[in-house]
Design a protein around this ligand. Structure first.
Ligand code: NA7
Length: 549
């Protein structure tokens, strides 16, 4: 393997220094590869570097929102909250970067603007926005599934006299909303977190809601010393459970179906789940909620009743109660006194479903019927161009100049979410059609798979590139489509789910996640290896120069 770090040629380049990018960098280091990690931000963290809006927190429990590959790291790191906030996650990733001496291989403020495959040389040519150039044999985009922020292009924004910002690009120094009239557009997982925080500070908050969500109380709390000790003692079992649980969370199956229970028993279980909070409300209660519409309705009715009980003004409660999609049909946000925020005198909820936002004026937001809300600050909590956006926003070209935009014009397609035809030796960490799940444990498995693929290539004298076949991608696409069709996910009227690309006007709808449970995903990945790297085509294009090995 090459040890030369003075040139711009590397065995591998990783794009992104968030959870995925750092973990795959560790994997490459273990293989002895000469690699470089290019990070657009000035620090590590990825999504946890950029998303600094007030209230930003994980919706996964801290003790599994971390890496498991190093026992000492697990033993020494103390999480203090059930659901860590942005500074806590950023601090953890900084700790990891220092502990494993990763910074020496990271170029910060190096935003990848183009990546082009040079077929003659068998290498990737990477350019950053500030003109730095690199070549590498393996290109590993680890930009994260929710990186490319998305904002509707309302006319008039340029003339707006107030301040506006997107939650995912919140300034490090924060913004001062005291004494100001603020509008938040969007009530997804981000809006749900930012709304109570801003409401506490600002003079008046107008929330513009298009689709209400089923917001489950997070019930965050500081971890006691006893809890911390118990977690560490139990870690092997906790991680084993994460491998089995559908979404890689350490939650055992409920082992009961709604249909086996009386309505009174169902309510008792739901009450307990509501008090426990977090996604445990969904998974520890019943095993049929996300698959059986009748079961789903029981749980959805329960949440609607909770909203009516919490929110004082009945019309506001009705606006907040979702009626057009099943619970878990869209990703349910976790709330930190979210519904309670609407009982504040300074908060108004406006439905923009029937009367949409039409434009931005000099003074604020104008709806289709001409109603104008004059505000000093507009916060766009309008989400992301999920999964594909991190790749399609760069000029990414594979063999024969094929752009990723053209390759995915009819919808993103991949083999096990890691590779796509026409892009040799490009391994995506959290590409389209990887599992929708608690991210860090899955990132570890995919990193390990990528490591094994690269090792296989490095050890073979007969070939130096691998590339997904069309047949394998078609089969994977059919598989992920069948999986989602067996659930309530993305069902409902007009749900704009980013899991299908349906939140972005004009984006081709395609199932963007594997909803078969992480265990089945890991099995599929292992089967590819066991079957002799099935679904991949191997070639020898540049026997001497590429890879510098
Ligand atoms: P989401 O979940 O995509 O939410 C975006 C929100 O913005 C959602 O409420 C949208 O309403 C709303 N939106 C988008 N366009 C408009 C327009 N034109 N008018 C009004 N409202 C609009 O993004 P988040 O950042 O909250 O969460 C993304 C994930 O990040 C999250 O699930 C976590 O995994 C982390 P809609 O529902 O489409 O009607």
């Amino acid at each position: 393997m090459s040890t030369d770090t003075t040139t711009d040629h590397y065995d591998a380049i990783v794009m992104g220094a968030g959870f995925g990018g750092l973990r795959v960098s560790i994997e490459l280091g273990r293989l002895g590869l000469n690699y470089r990690t290019l990070e657009a931000g000035s620090g590590v963290g990825g999504v946890w570097f950029w998303n600094r809006y007030p209230g930003a927190r994980t919706d996964s429990e801290s003790w599994v929102y971390c890496y498991q590959f190093d026992k000492d790291l697990l033993d020494e790191y103390q999480w203090t909250d059930r659901f860590p906030n942005q500074p806590q996650v950023e601090a953890y990733l900084n700790h990891v970067a220092d502990r494993f001496d990763l910074r020496k291989n990271i170029d910060f403020e190096a935003e990848v603007s183009s990546a082009e495959y040079d077929e003659d040389e068998g290498l990737w040519r990477i350019t950053t926005a500030d003109g730095r150039t690199y070549t590498c044999k393996y290109f590993i985009p680890a930009g994260g599934p929710l990186t490319a922020s998305w904002r509707p292009s309302f006319p008039g924004l340029d003339d707006y006299q107030g301040q506006w910002l997107h939650t995912s690009r919140w300034p490090k120094e924060g913004i001062d909303v005291r004494g100001k009239r603020v509008a938040v557009i969007g009530t997804g997982a981000t809006g749900v977190q930012v709304i109570p925080e801003v409401a506490r500070e600002c003079e008046h908050l107008t929330v513009l809601q298009r689709t209400p969500n089923y917001v489950i109380p997070a019930r965050n709390h500081p971890l006691t010393a006893d809890e911390q000790r118990a977690i560490k003692m139990d870690y092997d079992k906790i991680w084993a459970r994460c491998r089995e649980q559908f979404f890689a969370m350490p939650i055992p199956p409920a082992n009961r179906m709604t249909s086996d229970l009386t309505p009174q028993e169902q309510q008792r279980i739901l009450e307990r789940g509501w008090e426990t909070g977090g996604f445990r409300f969904i998974f520890e209660t019943f095993d049929d909620t996300i698959a059986v519409p009748e079961a789903n309705k029981i749980v959805a009715d329960f949440v609607r009743e909770k909203i009516r009980a919490i929110v004082h003004v009945p019309e506001t409660a009705e606006k907040l109660a979702p009626k057009d999609h099943p619970i878990a049909g869209k990703r349910p946000p976790l709330g930190h006194y979210y519904y309670e925020a609407y009982n504040r005198e300074n908060v108004d909820l406006v439905s923009v479903k029937e009367n949409p936002i039409e434009r931005i004026s000099e003074k604020g937001i104008v709806l289709a019927d001409g109603t104008e809300f004059e505000v000093d600050v507009i916060i766009f909590a309008t989400g992301f161009d999920a999964l594909t956006g991190a790749l399609t926003k760069i000029d990414l070209r594979g063999r024969d100049g094929l752009t990723i935009k053209d390759a995915w014009a009819d919808g993103a397609q991949t083999h096990i979410g890691v590779a796509t035809k026409g892009f040799p030796n490009l391994f995506m960490l959290f590409g389209p059609q990887t599992p929708f799940a608690n991210f860090p444990p899955v990132a570890e498995d995919i990193s390990s798979w990528i490591g094994q693929a690269i090792k296989h290539l490095e050890e073979s004298p007969d070939f130096d590139t691998m590339e997904a076949t069309q047949e394998a991608m078609d089969a994977w696409n059919q598989h992920v489509t069948d999986l989602v069709n067996a659930t309530v996910i993305a069902q409902g009227t007009d749900v704009h789910s980013w899991m299908l690309g349906a939140n972005i006007p004009g984006k081709t709808h395609r199932v963007l996640f594997h909803f078969g449970g992480v265990a089945s995903f890991y099995d599929s990945c292992q089967k590819v290896i066991d079957d002799g790297w099935s679904g991949f085509e191997f070639r020898q294009v540049a026997p001497v120069t590429a890879g510098a090995v």
